[in-house]
Design a protein around this ligand. Structure first.
Ligand code: GAL
Length: 465
């Protein structure tokens, strides 16, 4: 007993910091210790945290949203018209007059605001600014190349505990197949990137490739492959990809299906069709908690959306289909479910040009859907009315953070489509709706869906790598 006590006393640490003339080293030692401690603390915060979803919600409600006030685009001004030579006027008579025209004008003096150059790229190899998202900046993969996953979506693969980001791999020159046709690039295929932390992305290659020679093939490079999304089917153990398949002029309006045994491909292309005999352009898929998956597609010349449950193997649509938001002319649907309610973000139909997003809600995925208004907050009015100069593509739930989601959008660059950017922002479902609904259908007043503009932000927790 006595021995034990003595031992304890021997190793007892002093609880007060003594500083006396007799103790020559104590002050420098204390300073060095503090510096070392701070350094170690800094190192620790840079390490990926094991406890992935332990989070400090104060960061969310406090610090990170304060960045809303630090938007440098707050006073965005359209520059005065430039002096142009008569030759230039003849060549291109129309001067940009609106901010959207300015955005679309590749020679605009404001180009850097919308499309910051490579010097500002998000680079996982640099380490500085780690885990920060910078909407609109070039985003490099682990090999230092710009990520090519446009119009994309993310699958969290439980088996490999990895996120997979699939999207349109855009490269090569942007051109117009016809004078009035939309700007396009040839199909290269579907790009796939994997990540454990949603910030560091490894290129997994093209998981569904274009067809080079057979002109009759859906995936011939002269056609259109857009908005690929992947689901895992528990019944078959297969990964199923759905995508928009079209011809150069967007007259075919098909939905296409491909399948793979692995999340990182290769995917085998199966077929395309007009679902339920309807035209289908922008689309997405959504898997509900009960394992039933749905295809949601813009139809009847984009005037309405159709929702259809998929077959059990996810390889086809069932024969049930429900038209929703009839006459609303919405596209780029991105769905998610929050506390039993279905939510959807959509865009208007203005091709590659940005427009105002709308949030919709419904108690049943088959509708009726109610429109709640523009979910965009922060930034300035122009940013909010253009979905931050981007278009919705996907909403990613964040495990362990029930009220928050990542809103994923594309800032298209129609002058050079491969240089289109990603706009990822925090989305929250909470708080009262902006305005009461027009009619009382006996629906509940759903909470507001808010997408917050941030010039720079990061998740309030570190996902383990
Ligand atoms: C948009 C659509 C994009 C792409 C583009 C072509 O309306 O959302 O995915 O199809 O048109 O102009």
């Amino acid at each position: 007993m006595e021995g034990k006590l003595r031992m304890r006393n021997k190793y007892k640490k002093p609880t007060t910091l003594r500083c006396s003339a007799g103790n020559r080293c104590s002050l420098p030692v204390a300073v060095v210790s503090v510096v070392v401690c701070l350094f170690l603390l800094q190192l620790y915060t840079l390490l990926p945290q094991k406890d992935a979803f332990k989070l400090d919600t104060r960061i969310l409600t406090g610090k990170s949203f304060r960045e809303l006030e630090e938007v440098d685009e707050e006073n965005i001004q359209v520059p005065p018209p430039r002096k142009r030579s008569p030759r230039a006027i003849k060549r291109k008579p129309k001067k940009p007059t609106t901010i959207i025209e300015e955005f679309l004008d590749e020679t605009s003096q404001m180009r850097h605001v919308f499309f910051p150059d490579i010097k500002t790229a998000i680079d996982p190899n640099k380490g500085n600014d780690s885990f920060y998202y910078h909407p609109g900046r070039i985003w490099l993969d682990t090999e230092g190349n710009p990520i090519q996953a446009h119009g994309g979506g993310i699958l969290y693969d439980d088996r490999s505990e990895t996120y997979y980001w699939y999207g349109e791999y855009k490269d090569g020159p942007t051109y117009h197949a016809h004078k009035k046709g939309a700007a396009r690039v040839d199909i290269i295929g579907v790009g796939c990137y994997s990540s454990k932390d949603l910030w560091t992305w490894k290129n997994e290659g093209i998981v569904l490739a274009a067809e080079e020679n057979d002109e009759t093939h859906d995936l011939h490079k002269s056609n259109v492959l857009e908005r690929p999304k992947v689901l895992y089917n528990e019944n078959t153990g297969k990964y199923v990809m759905w995508m928009h398949i079209d011809d150069t002029n967007y007259t075919k309006a098909h939905v296409g299906v491909a399948v793979s045994d692995c999340p990182n491909g290769p995917f085998e292309y199966l077929y395309s069709k007009n679902p339920h005999g309807f035209d289908s352009r922008d689309m997405t898929v959504f898997r509900d908690d009960d394992g039933v998956a749905y295809l949601i597609y813009s139809s009847v010349e984009n005037s309405e959306l159709h929702v259809s449950p998929l077959t059990k193997d996810y390889l086809d649509v069932s024969n049930i289909v429900s038209p929703v938001l009839i006459g609303h002319h919405r596209e780029a649907p991105a769905l998610f479910k929050h506390q039993g309610t279905y939510y959807m973000i959509t865009s208007g139909c203005t091709g590659w040009a940005p427009n105002e997003a709308l949030a919709h809600a419904s108690d049943s995925i088959m509708g009726p859907w109610e429109t709640m208004g523009n979910p965009c907050l922060g930034g300035n009015k122009i940013f909010r009315e253009t979905t931050f100069f981007a278009q919705s593509t996907f909403v990613l739930p964040l495990k362990g953070l029930p009220n928050y989601y990542i809103f994923m959008a594309d800032r298209w660059n129609p002058a050079d489509l491969r240089d289109s950017r990603y706009v990822w922002l925090p989305l929250k479902v909470a708080g009262p709706v902006d305005q009461p609904l027009d009619y009382d259908f006996g629906f509940p007043l759903w909470p507001r869906v808010s997408i917050f503009w941030h010039k720079r932000w990061r998740l309030p927790f570190r996902l383990s790598g």
